[in-house]
Ligand binder design. Structure first.
Ligand SMILES: NC(=O)c1ccc[n+]([C@@H]2O[C@H](COP(=O)([O-])OP(=O)(O)OC[C@H]3O[C@@H](n4cnc5c(N)ncnc54)[C@H](OP(=O)(O)O)[C@@H]3O)[C@@H](O)[C@H]2O)c1
Length: 227
């Protein structure tokens, strides 16, 4: 009997998603990962995993993925994909298209996908993880900066709290995870953390919180962040 844990990683073409795939494979997990087009898996090619297609902000693409994965069973669903939004980061200057795309990809689409994938999660030990940011903390925002990105992650946090409040009786654990400031295309070269360090910490949080139930807003080292 295969007793390996199973994970579905959403948005694994590069950066933290790709790192998470590598880390979980190293830990012996069975991994399914999504990229925009499974025919072009990029750096996932050659790794021992199942690859599916998903454009996160496309409802039809979400429906197709949910259909393809019907019958699958996961211990972890990790919705990682996200974007930074327009370089100006200004609510004053933002266009409807810029705000629409940013809030759809970072906040609304992850919740829609979580709803669709919930039946695939183990009801007792399952972990549903959202990649948020400490910048999504409303309490913690004393410096400003990156205003639109911050707001999109705050919206994600708020939507996940509504989702959890409406979940009812379940053993599923929901994690809102901050990976640290990490050297990726989004994080940039000045970031202090490398991907392997961040994803090790994130995987540790997933493993140590499985089965606890409830919702936690944590960084990659397990430190609680105020909402
Ligand atoms: N790096 C940091 O310091 C940091 C800090 C806090 C939070 N985060 C969060 O961590 C997550 C991953 O960030 P990262 O640093 O790894 O960023 P990244 O290197 O820019 O990678 C972003 C990932 O999201 C995918 N993606 C974006 N929009 C998508 C869409 N509409 N549909 C499907 N996939 C989509 C990208 O796929 P493509 O390659 O196809 O574009 C890529 O795999 C994000 O949610 C980000 O907000 C990062």
């Amino acid at each position: 009997m295969n007793t390996a844990k199973s994970a579905l990683i959403i948005g694994a073409s590069r950066g933290l998603g790709l790192g998470l795939v590598r880390e979980l494979l190293e830990r012996g997990w069975d991994v399914t990962a999504t990229v925009r087009d499974a025919a072009h898996p990029g750096d996932l090619a050659g790794l021992p995993l199942r690859i599916e297609s998903l454009l996160l902000d496309d409802i039809h693409s979400q429906d197709r993925l949910a259909e393809t994965l019907a019958g699958a069973h996961y211990d972890l669903v990790f919705i990682n994909a996200g974007i930074y939004g327009p370089a100006h980061q200004s609510a004053i200057d933002a266009t409807l298209a810029e705000v629409g795309q940013l809030f759809m990809v970072n906040a609304v689409a992850p919740l829609r996908l979580a709803e669709r994938l919930l039946p695939r999660l183990d009801g007792e030990q399952g972990v549903l993880a959202f990649m948020t940011s400490e910048l999504g903390s409303v309490t913690g925002n004393e410096s400003g900066g990156m205003a639109l990105y911050r707001a999109s992650k705050a919206a994600l946090n708020s939507l996940t709290r509504s989702f959890v409040a409406e979940l009812g009786e379940t053993g599923i654990t929901v994690l809102n995870l901050h990976p640290g400031w990490v050297r990726t295309d989004m994080g940039g070269e000045a970031a202090p953390l490398d991907v392997p360090t961040s994803v090790k910490g994130l995987a540790d949080q997933v493993e140590s919180h499985a089965g606890r139930g409830g919702q936690f807003y944590l960084d990659y080292q397990g430190t609680t962040i105020d909402w």
